[in-house]
Write a protein of this length. Sequence first.
Length: 273
Amino acid sequence: ESATAFGCLLSDMWLGEFDYVSPEAFHSIFGKRYPAFSKRTQHDAQEFLICVLDDLHEAFKEVRAQLCQERLSPAAGASTRSLSGTSIITQLFEGQLSYAIRCLTCKGLSNRPESFTVLSLPIPSTRVCSLQDCLECFFQPDMLTRNNQIHCYWCEGNQDATVKASITKAPQIIIFHLKRFAWQDKHRRKLSTTVCYPFSDLDLSPYISTSCCNNTEYSLCAVVNHAGDLDYGHYTAFCKHSVTKHWYSFDDAQVTEIPDSEVQADTAYLLFY
């Protein structure tokens, strides 16, 4: 099972007996469950990450549900309940957005909740911008008109509306996907924009609902980089050691300690806070 292989991979990494550890066994088992990732061709790291999180969630969810069934027996007077929607993955990575949709005709307001594990942020500039600029762009109100009109319950018909997203549940670990692969002039290409991101004190309070009582400040713990273009490239990662607080670069078999100044990179694709 891929969850077991993933656990073995992490165990080997933290034992520190080797200069580097190959994820070949995990990749092989994971590829059998998701054949698209079994081929030696370029794939998107964000899509791979989502599949890994989903796969681990399913595995840990089953284990947790089984343990609870064993511990809570009807004979003991306890009523069993489904835990199918929770796991250590959802506890760490799952957040929730709420989309406030207001009809421009009757001013009626409705809210649509949506769970997320990765927030895909647009990059509003072609040269230089900040992560806050990307967040502002994502959370700015939008107009729903023409083919995007809503069906208003109160007006009983299609109407123009505004929609604005806010975070109603902030995850313990929030993952940002920088949308570097975008359509421009009917052609899909990679944006090489420099996105400046803070290492600490990332404040998400401007985008969080007042009903949310979670922590709103985050510190950077990892970066996934992509060097290359649409059809070819190379992924590397920067990870911060949870004990020593030193940063390390993971580039295939090369694992090296790096200074903080190198963590800010133009190739950043996924940010983990």
